[in-house]
Write a protein of this length. Sequence first.
Length: 492
Amino acid sequence: MRVLLVRPFSIVFTKPYFTAKPPINLGYLSGFLKHNGHEVKILDFGLTEDLSSIDGTIKVFDPHIVGVNAFTPNVLDGFDLIKKIKSINSNCFTVMGGPHSTSIPEETLKECSDLDFVAIGEGEVTLLELCNALERKNDVSKVAGICYRHDGKIIRTSSRALIAKLDDLPFPDRDSIAHLYQKLKIFDQNLKLPLNKILEIITSRGCTAFCTFCAVHRAFAETARSLRLRSAENVLEEITLFKSKYDIKHVSFLDDSFTINRERIKKILNGLKEMKFTWNCDTRVNLVDRELIHEMVESGCKKISIGIESGSDRILKLINKNITIEQARNVFRWCHEAKLETIEANFLIGSHPDETLQDVNETRRLINELAPQRILVSIITPFPGTRVREQMLERNLIFSNNWRKYVLMDDEPPPWRTTYFSSEELKNLQNVIIAEFYFSFKSIITSLKYMTSVSVFKIYFLAALEVAKGYFSYKVKFIYKKFLKKTSKENL
């Protein structure tokens, strides 16, 4: 079958502080389908709402099935894309996958009448079996892990077992996404490198944690105890293969917890050191120690991103983060000691509905104490499939299901609140904490070190404007409210 895989527009990618990168997830799907005999084409509308160019592709490629991968913030854009596709060719089948539709498959079908199927969870085997069933005109009810309509009813088939051996999967189809680098931002401003010199790779699936704000357990068979690892040999084989083909200089590991297996990570570090690569990863403070951090830096690690979420041990327990503030202090001390180039700390405002101003102030103090080079401060977003969404719905704290507003960083206050903070207060706290950090003298000097070209300078300049706009908007509102309060007292 001819399969068209598409990434829809996402407002997130238009923000200067986010680097839009090619859809490696579609590359994995494409690689698997091609390996099993299907013809695949990938389209990317991540940075444009203009869908006019899809007309020619649908007419020339004439796909039998179109797969759209969407997250919560761009699921409505995915629906628009599917509607457009059906208007061009009503005979092709449409499928949506991703964490949003996986968490609420029935609701997703109800929201988009032009959507034929939802693929639930891991997509490779499910999409392959669906393609085969449609091609042979077999009964699709035998395909595990899908949701679809039949005789006016929504049918959900049996659950799909997780892919046990990730090493058995073919490598992603990077040839089909390589040209997309030309459409996206030229540089990754965090790594001071052109995007086409960075190899993004996923070496594991699943997670051992059960954080209340994360829906990863829904994507992996509704259990957070679903971690599977590719072997070090398989990972290094992929890196070696694409090193020469694309002249790769840096490897970016996209795993949620890259360092979870000590024996495996050490083998990978040795391979990276031999290949003289630089690299970066995400991890948790309970999955590294002083010795490992030094070994990571010695093997070429340039950046580590760590989710701390809160400076309050009370909140960390409430959100099931399973880390402590003392662990965070130790890890950041070790990173500074090892002279790691960039340490990014990620925090969530309102990560639990009962977070108080005292908890937030503890977060502000911890940021200063840890002294990371970069921070990402987000407002809690109650994504479908998360425990925090259930908590907030129980307390009537969510005002809207306008999915386009379900972004971690938006220009406007979110359509929800927490027990102690209004929507506007959540946004103001985010603006203030970000501005406090990035407008400090130390942070400005650090940022200057990253500005190695005009392109990178432009990205930083636009990001600074965004931060300034948010902060001064808050200050103006604050001063105006004080003025109103003063004048009202004088008039009494």
